[in-house]
Design a protein around this ligand. Structure first.
Ligand SMILES: Nc1ncnc2c1ncn2[C@@H]1O[C@H](COP(=O)(O)OP(=O)(O)OP(=O)(O)O)[C@@H](O)[C@H]1O
Length: 227
């Protein structure tokens, strides 16, 4: 089966609809992401990329339009169903790592797997393998506060991929890092993504990083335009 991993059709979204401060953020977004495809989402600040990623990742709902993940139309489905699909099929990365501060790097990657029913031993083995893939195997027992910003973000990448999602959604994944660290950390992310063959939508302001992905799309005035 070659269903697109993500298909958005006619997605529209307004905040405060009907009120004087209504903001129409998305106006009929269509986007299809093929298996293994990595798409750069470029947009000026405030254009609505976080809103779009949250809708695609089932963290928010659209006012109209449909969201399909791996051929499954999730529009209007129960919260329970949407949460199940999100946990199993979608990985998120944000600009800030959002790691749990009281847990080590390893535990931060193990916990979502335990929540998904993976046995501890297998979860730890996968966490160590992921940490090795992003070049920080020796940081497994460090808490986030004892790691650099680039290392923290690498751990966040591993956590996002821990449950082998089909779709990765990343919102400025290196936006909080200085330019040279950002470059290295982005390269680690791309190697991880390409190694697993998963599909991704990665939002970035950085046009050089965007150019390294398979395709670029720009969000402008609530609509997607090819770059
Ligand atoms: N809960 C909300 N209530 C009202 N307006 C909102 C809400 N969330 C976002 N907005 C507005 O919607 C627009 C899009 O917000 P969004 O966070 O999706 O943009 P963004 O492109 O991710 O921005 P940035 O790059 O600065 O993070 C902005 O004008 C924002 O002020």
């Amino acid at each position: 089966m070659n269903d697109p991993v993500l298909r958005l059709s006619g997605i529209s979204k307004a905040y405060n609809p009907g009120a004087p401060n209504e903001v129409q953020v998305l106006r009929g977004i269509d986007l299809t992401v093929a298996p293994g495809e990595v798409v750069a989402l470029v947009a000026p600040s405030g254009a609505g990329k976080s809103t779009l990623l949250h809708i695609a990742g089932l963290l928010d709902t659209a006012d109209s339009g449909t969201v399909e993940i791996a051929g499954d139309d999730l529009t209007g489905q129960s919260d329970r169903k949407r949460t199940g699909v999100r946990r199993a099929d979608v990985g998120f990365i944000y600009q800030f790592h959002h790691l749990l501060p009281e847990f080590t790097a390893l535990e931060n990657i193990v916990l979502p797997q335990l929540a998904n029913g993976v046995a501890r031993k297998a979860a730890e083995a996968r966490a160590r393998d992921l940490l090795a893939q992003v070049g920080i195997a020796e940081r497994a027992d460090h808490r986030p506060a004892a790691m650099s910003g680039g290392e923290q973000q690498r751990v966040a990448f591993c956590r996002a991929l821990a449950n082998e999602p089909r779709l990765l959604l990343a919102d400025e994944p290196t936006g909080n890092l200085d330019p040279s660290t950002s470059d290295q950390v982005f390269a680690a992310l791309m190697a991880l993504v390409r190694g697993t063959g998963l599909s991704a939508v990665i939002a970035t302001h950085n046009l050089e990083l965007a150019a390294r992905m398979d395709r670029q799309i720009r969000l402008e005035a609530g609509q997607l335009v090819p770059v």
